[in-house]
Design a protein around this ligand. Structure first.
Ligand code: SF4
Length: 354
């Protein structure tokens, strides 16, 4: 089962013998021919590349797609998928915006039960509590290693270049958790032990806003070559959407529900009072030792750009400088971003007292 950004409870799919496959749009070199016909020209790029990849057969190996409710664009994409590919399972995961367990929690649980039944009707194993507990334990370990990688990058960012970490996180979207966990462990061991990478005179920045459509890898490299150490980010967020371990005792389905209600990141795709999100961003900047914040969102990303003014207000209440730019997954020219990020990094090094 493919799933669109940002978050689906992969544990549930795994427990039913289903491979969750994270889809994150197209590569920069993907030529969009038909996908453009389905969306207005100004809309973000991810839905049109997703349609293109569906129509050109790239997703033929998938038995279905899950569309989490993160914005109107993804909602519409799920409807288009139903019409374009009537034979595959299409599930719109209607993630609640009410975090009261008796209301949003009950609603979300019913949604997960209906997803589970739909999978079983297509040949997946019926869901059992024991299998779900085992899957939760596997994903807890997987998330723990990602948290360790992020912690190592915060401490010694020269050891974990983000353009490298990013590729590891993306690779983990398309292999079973039994393969991605050792992959994370190997990468962590290799980077921790590496003495050849030396610290450089780079500015530490937190990159935020890139949680759905992803920037081209070359953009991440551009930021690093412009003098930035990325010490926190929103990239490939499914790995960190739930902040801590999900309990393996008790009712495991309810534990997955509770994790979303109480332990998910303060994403722009969730309705939370603005002070909470601003405080969360500032806390992340403090925790990561960021000297600057880069608001780096896809062009026309409603959730990211609607939250950005309130996030900027929160950052401005601190002494941390910020700058902002937008991208599309198929951007090919980074000179302007390189100059902007380079100037930002230089100004931090010259005037921040770092
Ligand atoms: S990039 Fe933003 S607007 Fe586009 S599909 Fe993703 S969340 Fe929605």
């Amino acid at each position: 089962m493919g799933f669109l950004p940002i978050y689906v409870p992969r544990e549930l799919l795994h427990a039913q013998g289903v491979l969750p496959v994270g889809l994150m749009g197209g590569r920069p070199d993907l030529e969009i021919i038909k996908g453009d016909a389905y969306y207005q020209s100004y809309i973000c790029h991810l839905p049109r590349s997703t349609i293109e990849l569906g129509l050109n057969g790239s997703y033929d190996a998938l038995d279905g797609l899950i569309f989490p409710a993160i914005c109107d664009v993804i909602r519409n994409l799920s409807g288009m998928w139903q019409m374009l590919f009537p034979k595959v399972l299409v599930h719109y995961l209607d993630v609640p915006q009410n975090f009261d367990p008796a209301i949003g929690g009950a609603f979300y649980r019913r949604d997960l039960e209906s997803l589970s039944q739909a999978l079983a009707a297509r040949g997946a194993r019926p869901l059992t509590a024991d299998a779900l507990r085992q899957s939760i334990a596997l994903y807890n370990e997987n998330r723990r290693l990602v948290r360790e990688l992020y912690a190592l990058r915060r401490r010694e960012p020269w050891k974990v270049p983000t353009h490298e970490l990013y590729v590891v996180l993306r690779a983990a979207l398309v292999v079973p958790v039994e393969e991605s966990t050792p992959m994370f462990a190997d990468y962590l061991a290799l980077t921790s032990a590496d003495r050849s990478r030396r610290p450089q005179d780079q500015a530490r920045v937190l990159v935020t806003g890139s949680f759905c459509e992803q920037p081209p890898l070359a953009l991440i490299k551009t930021l690093e070559r412009a003098g930035c150490y990325i010490v926190d980010d929103d990239f490939v967020q499914v790995h960190r959407f739930i902040r801590s371990d999900i309990p393996v005792d008790g009712d495991p389905l309810q534990s997955i529900v509770n994790a979303l209600l109480t332990d998910a990141v303060a994403s722009p795709t969730r309705y939370i009072a603005d002070e909470v999100k601003g405080a969360d961003l500032n806390q992340r900047a403090t925790d990561s030792g960021a000297e600057g914040v880069l608001f780096c969102a896809p062009s026309f990303c409603d959730p990211a750009l609607l939250d950005q003014p309130m996030a900027v207000r929160a950052v401005e209440r601190t002494a941390i400088p910020w700058t902002a730019f937008k991208y599309a997954e198929n951007n090919g020219q980074f000179q302007v971003i390189r100059e902007q990020a380079g100037t930002f990094a230089d100004s931090i090094k010259l005037w921040s007292g770092a």
